[in-house]
Design a protein around this ligand. Structure first.
Ligand code: AMP
Ligand code: MN
Ligand code: MN
Ligand code: MN
Length: 285
């Protein structure tokens, strides 16, 4: 029975959510592509946080065995909750995308400054310079602060850094700098991309609030829902597929890969959408 519920043809591994060193991923853009091809991925989107700098670092966007879909993961807030929207198949040369990146880069920089100030008040030193060094020129994010706090021995490990200082509701969780939910959806659409609400089950929302978020996203012009985000329960996948159908949203899937050695977010992991979904890549044929 289970096989009937999954789209089996064509057998392709499609991963439309991954990160590189242009944001908080650990692989350089070309290394990510090489690793994806070696893992059997045939369609890949690099979706760095608020940046498309990875694409400029590649010698070519065209590969025989792998179709690269230009993408980005934009940060925003909804009712005080940090929310992410993927822009997939965006035009990398569009003015709207440039505008989005410029705005968000500035937002990220001023946010980083504020995060650093807060962590310094709690006793850590040279935080902004330390996190910037960890980011190595990429978009600076909370994982870079976490890596620095580990390096200076302020916390034992990455997860303690998030649990005590950077996670939801903690001192370093600064959300107010981002462009609005409506604005980022508009930028993505104006860049000829598809706006996809990323990992809807990872915002710590109740099911009813999550549905409110998804309904509002659809109302603002959002076009697709990320039905699968890395390893997850089949029941959640089905619930999200039903929700997407209810709001007439297309369906996407991705690992949210950041680095090797994380089995829950691995390149080449099976990411098959349930039957009845409208996969976003159908319109890219
Ligand atoms: P930022 O883009 O600066 O808001 O950082 C968000 C990123 O931090 C996410 O994309 C994850 O890569 C990472 N992250 C968020 N929450 C956690 C957590 N609780 N533990 C580890 N990493 C996290
Ligand atoms: Mn990340
Ligand atoms: Mn995300
Ligand atoms: Mn992501």
């Amino acid at each position: 029975m289970a096989a009937d519920n999954y789209e089996t043809a064509p057998r392709m591994t499609i991963d439309l959510h991954t990160h590189t060193t242009a944001s908080d991923g650990r692989l350089e853009p070309q290394a990510l592509i090489d690793e994806a091809m070696a893992s059997g991925v045939s369609m890949l989107a690099i979706t760095d946080h608020d940046s498309v700098a990875a694409y400029a670092k590649l010698d070519t966007l065209v590969h025989d065995a792998l179709r690269l879909i230009p993408g980005i993961e934009l940060s925003t807030t909804w009712r005080g909750v940090g929310v992410h929207v993927l822009g997939l198949n965006v035009d990398l040369n569009s003015d709207s995308l440039h505008q989005a990146c410029a705005f968000q880069t500035h937002a990220r920089a001023s946010r980083a400054q504020q995060i650093a100030e807060r962590l310094e008040r709690l006793g850590a030193n040279d935080v902004l310079a330390g996190a910037a060094r960890m980011a190595q020129g990429g978009a600076i994010g909370r994982p870079h602060f976490a890596r620095y706090l580990v390096e200076i021995g302020f916390v034992k490990n990455h997860s303690e850094a998030f649990r005590k200082f950077l996670g939801s509701g903690k001192a370093g969780d600064v959300k107010q700098h981002w462009a609005s939910f409506a604005q980022i959806i508009e930028w993505i659409r104006a860049s000829n991309g598809i706006a996809v609400l990323a990992h809807p089950a990872k915002y710590g929302l109740t099911r009813s609030k999550r549905n409110t978020l998804i309904g509002e996203f659809a109302g603002l012009g959002g076009q697709a829902l990320e039905i699968i985000s890395g390893q997850q329960e089949a029941s959640l996948t089905q619930t999200l597929a039903d929700t997407a159908a209810h709001y007439q949203l297309q369906a996407s899937c991705g690992s949210d890969f950041h680095q090797k050695g994380q089995p829950w977010a691995k390149l080449g992991m099976p990411l098959q959408l349930p039957a009845g979904c409208r996969p976003i890549w159908r319109s890219w044929a």
